[in-house]
Ligand binder design. Structure first.
Ligand SMILES: Nc1ncnc2c1ncn2[C@@H]1O[C@H](COP(=O)(O)OP(=O)(O)OP(=O)(O)O)[C@@H](O)[C@H]1O
Length: 444
């Protein structure tokens, strides 16, 4: 088995792309096959090297690796050779219509109640007419002559599928400027690199019909490739995702401190009735089965992802995050704050509260409590018994209990209304800083 993930480097990967990449990778690993990362960068106007690099980084962040790597822009000679073969066999024919002419023809057909298909007028052009047009400075674009009939395949996710070729226009495979279109380059590569399973989004179903036809014209055996089309993910409102708009992008999630295991686990459970469980792609490999993928489009709900991310962070051991915590933050700090995090980046804010400067909050009504707090603040060494002993003494002396006692202290010591258990957090702040904050709070 050999599979490929073939994004175009025209933007940053989003969660829909990620789902396809993970499915391909898991399928390959499950069957001890090979995984090829191919950058489909023939659209030179929109492809950018920085996106290509970002795609690789984001895939690695997801926990994916690849056995082979290819860039379509390195393989132009191969496409040119394949195009010559198709021209020689009459499958590829030159066309000279301008965009305006084509738009006009489409309009006319629609007015006549016909589908707006290309009428193959260029096929009637004689060699002489073509030669004269070229001599007059025109350059042709090239269309693939689709064979008639249905193309059928057994889809690994959608079941039996077919595409009626006569209901489609002959696709342009080479633009007038000589550049190749994805529909063509993808088939040449799939054939040439020995891809056995093509797993991609449902947006490619029609493409598959066309590409199987091109595949056969190039002498490939269409039975050698299996296809599976996964339903597209939408955003929480049911809207489409696009690399160009950067919606729900992996890069942003990584910056926000979403854990890859939370994202991967959430994507794996989407569209199924299973509760999402955080997992890296490698954890999914043993049970991976395309037949379990649901056939309906699934909504990607960032709130559900964050809920899973939170559960995962709350149980994460120090070893798994130590490299990503601020310098100096140790295991005691991590264990104290992890239960309060939605995103890992928030650990930085808590570290600032432990070790840096804050603005203590206080209200006039609490001045007496806070003054007493400065007087009774125990001497170090501090441990988890310090907070209960200190607040118990303050309770006895002021008669305050519960929220009336704890909230003013928390606000003075951390500048926040909520946060980690002060029993463990207070020793991390330390006596010197705690006293300074209490004195500042008393001064109002
Ligand atoms: N919303 C989506 N849900 C699931 N898969 C998707 C989604 N969008 C794209 N894909 C799949 O991601 C893979 C990479 O495709 P591609 O690079 O063309 O992404 P794209 O987001 O469609 O790009 P663009 O926005 O540039 O058209 C393809 O298999 C495609 O089917």
């Amino acid at each position: 088995m050999k599979v490929r993930f073939a994004p175009s480097p025209t933007g940053l990967l989003h969660v829909g792309n990620a789902r396809i990449a993970i499915a391909n990778w898991c399928l390959a690993r499950h069957h001890a096959g090979r995984f090829l990362l191919r950058l489909d960068d023939t659209d030179t106007e929109r492809s950018r090297p920085e996106y290509a690099q970002a795609i690789e980084e984001d895939l690695r962040w997801l926990g994916l690796d690849w056995d082979e790597f290819a860039r379509q822009s390195d393989r132009l000679a191969l496409y040119a050779a394949a195009a010559e073969r198709l021209k020689a066999s009459g499958h590829l024919y030159p066309c000279l219509e301008t965009e305006e002419e084509l738009a006009f023809k489409r309009e006319q057909r629609t007015r006549q109640g016909k589908p707006p298909l290309y009428d193959r007028a260029a096929l009637k052009m004689t060699a002489d007419q073509l030669a004269r047009a070229i001599a007059n400075g025109k350059t042709p674009h090239w269309r693939f002559k689709l064979s008639g009939g249905h193309v059928e395949w057994q889809d690994g996710v959608l079941g039996r599928r077919s595409v009626k070729l006569p209901s489609l226009s002959d696709p342009v495979l080479i633009r007038a400027d000589g550049s190749f279109l994805y529909t063509f380059t993808s088939v040449v590569d799939d054939l040439e690199t020995g891809i056995t399973d093509i797993v991609r989004g449902e947006d490619h179903v029609t493409n598959t019909g066309i590409q199987l036809d091109i595949f056969a014209a190039l002498g490939g055996d269409p039975r050698r490739v299996r296809f599976a089309h996964l339903p597209l993910l939408t955003d929480a409102d049911g809207g489409p995702l696009s690399k160009r708009t950067g919606s729900v992008g992996l890069r942003q999630m990584r910056r926000d401190g979403v854990e890859p295991a939370a994202l991967v686990g959430y994507l794996a459970a989407l569209g199924t009735s299973a509760d999402p469980v955080a997992a890296m792609p490698a954890d999914l490999v043993p049970d991976f089965d395309l037949r379990r993928v649901s056939k309906s489009a699934a909504r990607f709900d960032t709130r559900q992802l964050l809920a899973l991310n939170r559960r995962w962070l709350h149980a994460l051991p120090f070893e798994a995050v130590r490299d990503r915590l601020p310098e100096g933050a140790g295991e005691d700090f991590w264990l104290a704050v992890r239960g309060n995090l939605d995103l890992l980046r928030e650990a930085r804010d808590w570290w600032e509260i432990v070790s840096g400067g804050i603005v203590p909050l206080s209200e006039a009504a609490d001045a007496e409590l806070l003054r007493l707090a400065t007087e009774t603040l125990p001497e170090e060494p501090w441990d988890e018994a310090t907070w209960p002993a200190w607040t118990s003494e303050l309770s006895t002396r002021t008669g305050r209990k519960g929220r009336a006692l704890y909230l003013p202290l928390r606000r003075a010591l951390t500048g926040e209304d909520h946060g980690p258990d002060l029993k463990v957090f207070l020793p991390l702040i330390g006596r010197e800083r705690a006293l300074k904050r209490l004195l500042q709070a008393v001064a109002g």
